[in-house]
Each structure stands twice: as C-alpha cells, then as structure tokens.
Write a protein that binds this ligand. Structure first.
Ligand code: MN
Length: 236
C-alpha cells in the first residue's frame, strides 16, 4: 500500500484489465467506448438510417468479463442481445487525432461482445432517455485476450463471427465497417480526449439476437483472436 492509498476512506477499487494473448502481462483499462451502427446490415436490421454518421456510448471499465468467464443473466431484461465486435486498445491518446496518426495510438486488438439489454435500450430510445440502462450494466463487456499490433499489424479485413451453442448467428467482415478504425479514433477524439488504457468496441455486424442462461457464446475474428463466455443464471 502506498502512502496515497492510506488517504482513501474505503479500499480503492481494483484496476480493470485485459489479458494479453500468450503472456502473463495485463492491459489496464481506463475507459470503454463503443461505436453505434458501424455495419450497414446491422443498421438495416435495427431499422435505422444507414446514412447517419456513427455515434458513441460508454460502458464502465469494470464491466469486463474475461475469456472463459460467465456472464450472470442481468436484471430487468427479457431480451439480452449479443453484439460481437473488434476491440481496439490504445497505448496513447489525445484530442483531434487525425486518421493518418490514429494507428500510432493503438497497442493492440481483441474480440469483445457489446452485451445489450435490447428491450431497455429501445424503451430508452423511444422516450429520448440515455442508453446506459440498456448498455452499461454489470458484466456487459466480455473481452478476450489482446494481441499486440506489433505482432498482428492493423486488421482492416477478415471474418468476424459469433456462434451460440455451436450455431453461427453473426457473421461479417471487418472491411464492412462504415467508419474504419483510424476514422473512429479521429471522430471520438473530437468529442473527448483519449488516453492510454482506453478501449473501443468498433460496432457489430448483422445477426444480433437474444441469449438465455446456459448459452455458450463463441466469437472469432480472423487474425485477431477468440472469445468464449457462458451465460449464467441471474445473480442471487
Ligand atoms: Mn454494439
């Protein structure tokens, strides 16, 4: 315990972190940002205007669930959906980062799921209230081990897919993103200052659907990695 820790009136919360593939080291997570509506087919299935620019929302950093983990079925919903997404992890940040400089900020990539209480998200949307209740709940951000860009490069194409109990539900290609990763960092950094430890979920391809307790969810992005989680019963 450092001298500073003694000044806290309660124990300091632990630092959320992501695993690194093939390593015992960890990536500390500062903020989780998510891109809305970044694949045309998903925008169509949600009944939205595909010509709109993407927008951003956030999840709490402690919503991360590691590979092999269990997501307790969350309260208040009857319609929790899976959204498989590529995760971008930043080693540096800034404001107004130009697309041609954005890759310099990236430490690595992983596979994540933007779990969504769809019924609550849509109810919020309809009465013009914020989305948090639908998006930013406990255990809403499963995320697999990161691979460093120094090893895998900067994936701009490749299959992204999600299976539920062995059946493919979502399938797309990273090259179908409307706003690519450098453009996403550029647009987000116009709104907030980005920093080392920030991760960005980059949007989901079509095929989102409901999960129930007992489901085994397996995700894969070619050249990036895998993520498997199980949906558990509600927390008592
Ligand atoms: Mn999403």
């Amino acid at each position: 315990m450092s001298a500073d820790d003694k000044r806290y009136v309660i124990p300091a919360p632990s630092q959320p972190a992501l695993a690194i593939a093939g390593s015992s080291q960890l990536f500390p997570v500062r903020r989780i940002w998510c891109v809305g509506r970044n694949y045309v087919e998903h925008i169509r299935e949600m009944g939205q205007d595909e010509r709109q620019p993407p927008f951003f929302f956030a999840k709490p950093a402690d919503a991360i669930v590691p590979d092999g983990g269990t997501v307790p079925y969350p309260p208040l919903t009857k319609d929790m959906h899976h959204e498989v997404e590529m995760v971008v992890a930043l080693k540096s940040g800034g404001s107004n980062i130009k697309p041609e400089k954005a890759r310099d900020c990236i430490w690595g990539y992983g596979v994540g799921i933007d779990l969504t209480r769809r019924d609550l998200q849509i109810a919020s949307r309809e009465i013009k209230r914020p989305w948090e209740i639908g998006k930013a709940f406990d255990a809403s951000a499963p995320c697999g081990p990161l691979q460093p860009a120094a090893k895998i490069g900067h994936p701009a194409k490749g299959r992204i897919a999600l299976k539920v109990n062995g059946t493919v539900k979502q399938e797309g290609d990273l090259n179908q993103m409307i706003w690519n990763v450098p453009e996403t960092i550029w647009k987000l950094s116009e709104m907030v200052e980005l920093a080392a430890g920030d991760i960005i979920m980059t949007g989901t391809p079509a095929g989102v659907g409901a999960l129930v307790p007992g489901d085994k969810v397996e995700c894969e992005i070619d050249g990036v990695g895998r993520l498997t989680v199980t949906i558990g019963p509600p927390k008592k």
